[in-house]
Design a protein around this ligand. Structure first.
Ligand code: SAH
Length: 368
């Protein structure tokens, strides 16, 4: 477990930290790269690390652990093959991750926190509350576990699962670096996307990291009045500040920003709203991604009609704003943010694992 007091959780470590750990137990530095690569290849047991001596493997078993995620539930979409995983962490908390197949390969959508503090009124992650931040290794392990389970290699990573990545800034940045390492997953920054609800200081810090990752900003409204109703964070960081920070991000990284806009009938989907949005984004290196809102139990929000979605998109395009309408992946399996976790928690009892304890494939627990 990441905060286990006895065993060190190795997926949290970069190569430098692994070197320090290994030299601290009297081992040679070069072992660090070997272990780092094994973890990235999805090893969950030190015995898989066949180029380490038996003695070292036994020692490592006593001192360290390399896996703290177990698959508690797995749902596969009959429509498009999207797979949603509900993972259980060592402390009993659950998080969600999603594996999606696009033409260019597999995309992993990972959670950055257990729950979320941001309080967006349309989001299921909010309803279930905030528990804690995930460590860099716990974010990384979501990808490793999905790759291993599905027998594939992920080529794109999106930090768009449960949580607000910039509310867990340092761990998310460390995760991106770990995933980028050519000794590890070797995913290029241009193939990574971080999605924020608009924490301006986070956007500005991210602009200075020096990597060309993609930034997505959940805007969902063309003005502060509507936005503050949907997203409490909108009261703290106003849209003009978000646009200002976005400009800086595009200038420093030369990357186009994706603005996410979930269309909600009668709330933010009028053609006046579209015109206002177009005016706001004029001249910015950006793309608008219109998302049909995924209705969440307990809210009265409804999806905009298809014709309205098309009109909204057409108006934006007419005004020169590049616009896409998101394909709804995994709509039959609660693939929208936090919905599976919310359902699981509110049902009060853990669901039967579809893959796990009974089959003996439960992953090695830290601290055991
Ligand atoms: N906290 C980050 C990332 C997590 S949410 C953020 O806010 O960007 C990933 C995306 O899903 C965000 O754009 C979020 O606003 C959106 N989302 C959340 N609940 C949704 C729902 N019910 N329907 C459609 N999109 C939703």
């Amino acid at each position: 477990m990441a905060n286990d007091s006895v065993k060190r959780y190795l997926p949290d470590m970069d190569i430098g930290e692994l070197e320090e750990f290994l030299t601290g137990i009297g081992q040679k530095k070069y072992r660090a790269k070997q272990i780092f690569s094994w973890i990235a290849k999805g090893a969950v047991d030190f015995d898989e690390m066949t180029d380490l001596s038996l003695q070292l493997r036994e020692e490592l078993k006593l001192l360290a652990c390399i896996s703290c995620l177990n698959i508690r539930k797995k749902l596969e979409s009959a429509i498009d093959g999207t797979v949603k995983y509900l993972f259980e962490l060592d402390d009993g908390n659950v998080i969600e991750s999603v594996l999606m197949e696009y033409n260019h390969g597999y995309t992993a959508c990972v959670s950055s926190q257990v729950g979320c503090k941001m309080g967006c009124s349309f989001c299921a992650s909010t309803i279930s509350g905030f528990r804690r931040n995930l460590t860099a290794g716990e974010i990384l392990e979501q990808i490793l576990a999905m790759q291993r389970d599905h027998g594939i290699k992920v080529s794109n990573v999106v930090v768009m699962g449960i949580g607000e990545p910039f509310d867990n800034y340092d761990n998310v940045i460390k995760f991106l670096r770990l995933a980028n390492s050519h000794h590890g997953l070797n995913v290029g920054y241009r193939h990574m996307t971080v999605s924020t609800c608009g924490l301006v200081p986070g956007i500005l810090r991210f602009a200075d990291e020096g990597f060309q990752a993609n930034l997505a900003i959940s805007l969902h409204a063309p003005n502060d009045r509507i936005r503050a109703k949907l997203m409490p964070v909108g009261r703290k960081y106003r849209i003009d500040k978000i646009i200002g920070a976005s400009k800086i991000y595009t200038e420093k990284t030369n990357r186009r920003i994706m603005f996410e806009y979930a269309l909600i009938e009668g709330v933010n989907d009028s053609l006046e709203n579209a015109a206002e949005l177009a005016f706001l984004l004029k001249g910015l290196l950006c793309l608008v991604n219109l998302i049909p809102i995924n209705p969440v139990k307990g809210t009265s929000y409804r999806q905009s009609r298809r014709t309205r979605t098309e009109e909204f998109a057409a108006l934006l395009r007419e005004k020169g704003i590049e616009t896409t309408v998101r394909r709804e992946l995994g709509s039959d399996i609660n693939a929208a943010c936090g919905q599976l976790r919310h359902r699981e928690i509110s049902s009060g009892k853990p669901a039967d694992p579809v893959w796990g304890t009974e089959t003996g494939q439960r992953r090695g627990k830290c601290g055991q």
